[in-house]
Ligand binder design. Structure first.
Ligand code: PXG
Length: 454
C-alpha cells in the first residue's frame, strides 16, 4: 500500500480532476477517500465522515450493499460485455428496461441507455430533432432551458445548462438553445408571494415561446428541483403552469431527473412529486446506487411510438450503451428499493423527519433560509437575517463552511453562498440528527471565526 503522501504526489503529477482548478489543487493537495460503509466514507487516515452528498448525489443506498456487489460479480462472470447494436441484445439490458417501465410513471414503455447524465442530455437533443423531423415539423429545433440549470458537461449538456461562467469557457451554448429565468424564490422573488413568483417565472416560458414562434420550439427542459444550481425548490404554482404552457403550444416537456429520480423526493420520480407529465425523463446516478456508470432516457409513448412507427435508423448510441454489469447492478438496486420500500420510507418517515430537523437551522444567525424537499436540503448563508444581506464575496463563506464541515466529519457541498445536502436515502433518524448537529456546529464555528475577525 502506498502512503498518503505518495498517493497525493502521484495525484498531483498525473491526475487532472473534473471541475477543478488544477493549479489550486496542486497547491492545496487532495483528500484521499479510500473506503465507504453505509452512509459513511473513510479517508486514507481512517477518519469517518458522514456522506451528506451521497457521493455526488448518487450513492442513494449507501456504500457496501451486498446485493449490488454480488450482482456485479455474477454478471462479470457471466457476460461482462456485449453490445446492443446490430440487432443484438442481452438479458440485463432487457430486464432493466422492463423494470424501469414498471417503476416509471404510466406511459413510459421504453428506455435508451447511456453511461452518464451528460450523454443522456445529448441523447435528448438528438432524439428531439429526430422526433420532430419524423413529425414533418423540422423547424421545431429550439430547446428552452433555464439559467442556473445543470444538464451535464458535454457540449450538448453544458449548452442546455445555464451557468454563464462555465459556458463562456467553451463558446457555448451551441445554437438552438435559449434560456429563461429560474424559479429561485429566495434570490429573485423578494416581496412576492411564492406562488405569484412561481407563476411569473413560468410565464417567461410562454413569453419566450411567443417571441420565438411556437412552430420553432421543440421542447422545454428542466430539473424538477435544480440540484447543482443550489437545490432550488420551485414554488407549488410553477410546474403546473409550465405543464399548461407546454400543452397549449404542443411543445415537449423534458424532465432531467438525474438527481430527483429514484426516490430522492419520496416518489420514484420528481415529476410524480410535482404532478407533471413529461414526454422524456433523463436519469443517471442513483439508478444503480451510483456503483457503476449508467444513465439514459425514459421515452414516453408519444415520442417512443413515433420513433418506432416512423422507422429509419436513429444514428445514435455508445459502445457501452446498456453495459450488462451496470444494468445488472441497477436491477439489484431497484429490487432492493422495491423490497425495502425505500421510496415510501423516504416519503412517510425520513423526509418529514429530515425536514423538521433541517428547519431548526433556520434560527441560526448565519442562515437566511433553510429549505428542503424529500432528502434534499439547502441553507442560504447571510450576514444579516432580517435584510438577507449577503457576506462580502471575498469571504468565500460557502466554501469556508464546506471546509469546516468536512473537518467536523460531514460532507456538505457549497454553491455560491449556500450549503446543500443530499444524504443517502437509507439514512436513519439518528444519522439525520448527526448530520444536522454537525451542520449546526459548522455554522457555530464559522460564526465565531467571523466574530473574532470582525
Ligand atoms: N443533469 C443533472 C440534473 C445533473 O445533476 C447531469 C445532468 C450530468 O450527469 P453526469 O452523469 O454526466 O455527471 C447532472 C450531474 C455538483 C455536481 O457539483 C452535479 C452533477 C455532476 C457533477 C457535480 O453538484 N450533476
Amino acid at each position: 500500500m502506498r502512503s498518503l503522501l505518495e498517493l497525493q504526489a502521484l495525484d498531483r503529477q498525473h491526475y487532472l480532476h473534473p471541475f477543478s482548478d488544477h493549479r489550486l489543487i496542486a497547491e492545496r493537495g487532495t483528500r484521499v477517500i479510500s473506503r465507504g460503509e453505509g452512509v459513511y466514507i473513510y479517508d486514507s487516515e481512517g477518519r469517518q465522515i458522514l456522506d451528506g452528498m451521497s457521493g455526488l448525489w448518487c450513492v442513494s443506498l449507501g456504500y457496501g450493499r451486498r446485493e449490488l456487489i454480488d450482482a456485479a460479480r455474477r454478471q462479470l462472470e457471466t457476460l461482462p460485455y456485449y453490445n446492443s447494436f446490430f440487432q443484438c441484445t442481452h438479458p440485463p439490458a432487457i430486464e432493466l428496461a422492463a423494470l424501469l417501465a414498471e417503476v416509471a410513471p404510466p406511459g413510459f414503455s421504453r428506455v435508451f441507455y447511456t453511461n452518464s447524465g451528460s450523454e443522456a442530455n445529448d441523447t435528448v437533443i438528438r432524439m428531439l430533432r429526430h422526433y420532430w423531423d419524423l413529425q414533418g415539423q423540422p423547424a421545431r429545433k429550439i430547446i428552452i432551458s433555464r439559467r442556473n440549470a445543470y444538464h451535464g458537461s458535454t457540449i450538448g449538456g453544458m449548452s442546455l445548462g445555464g451557468m454563464p461562467a462555465q459556458q463562456a469557457q467553451g463558446d457555448l451554448p451551441i445554437p438552438g438553445i435559449v434560456h429563461i429565468g429560474q424559479p429561485y424564490c429566495f434570490e429573485l422573488g423578494a416581496g412576492l408571494h411564492p406562488d405569484e413568483f412561481g407563476l411569473r417565472a413560468a410565464g417567461e416560458l410562454e413569453q419566450q415561446i411567443l417571441a420565438l414562434g411556437p412552430e420553432r420550439v421543440a421542447a422545454f427542459i428542466g430539473e424538477p428541483v435544480q440540484g447543482a444550481g443550489g437545490v432550488i425548490i420551485p414554488p407549488d404554482s410553477y410546474w403546473p403552469e409550465i405543464q399548461r404552457i407546454c400543452d397549449q403550444y404542443g411543445i415537449l416537456l423534458v424532465a432531467d431527473e438525474v438527481i430527483t429520480g429514484f426516490g430522492r423526493l419520496g416518489e420514484w420520480f420528481g415529476s410524480q412529486y410535482y404532478d407533471i407529465e413529461p414526454d422524456l425523463v433523463i436519469f443517471a446516478k442513483a439508478v444503480n446506487g451510483g456503483y457503476l456508470p449508467l444513465g439514459g432516457v425514459l421515452v414516453g409513448d408519444r415520442v417512443g411510438d413515433a420513433l418506432v412507427a416512423g422507422g429509419g435508423e436513429f444514428f445514435h448510441g455508445f459502445t457501452q450503451s446498456g453495459n450488462p454489469v451496470a444494468c445488472a447492478v441497477a436491477i439489484a438496486a431497484l429490487q432492493v428499493m422495491q423490497a425495502e420500500g425505500i421510496v415510501e420510507r423516504v416519503r412517510e418517515r425520513i423526509a418529514p423527519y429530515f425536514a423538521a430537523r433541517w428547519q431548526t437551522l433556520a434560527a441560526h444567525p448565519l442562515v437566511g433560509e433553510a429549505r428542503s424537499v424529500g432528502l434534499l436540503g439547502a441553507l442560504e448563508l447571510v450576514a444579516d437575517q432580517a435584510s438577507r444581506r449577503r457576506f462580502p464575496a471575498e469571504l468565500r463563506i460557502g466554501e469556508t463552511c464546506r471546509d469546516t464541515s468536512i473537518e467536523l466529519g460531514l460532507v456538505m457541498r457549497h454553491v455560491r453562498d449556500s450549503l446543500i445536502v443530499a444524504p443517502p436515502l437509507v439514512i436513519t433518524e439518528a444519522q439525520v440528527d448527526e448530520l444536522v448537529d454537525k451542520a449546526r456546529r459548522t455554522l457555530d464555528s464559522v460564526g465565531s471565526q467571523l466574530q473574532r475577525h470582525a
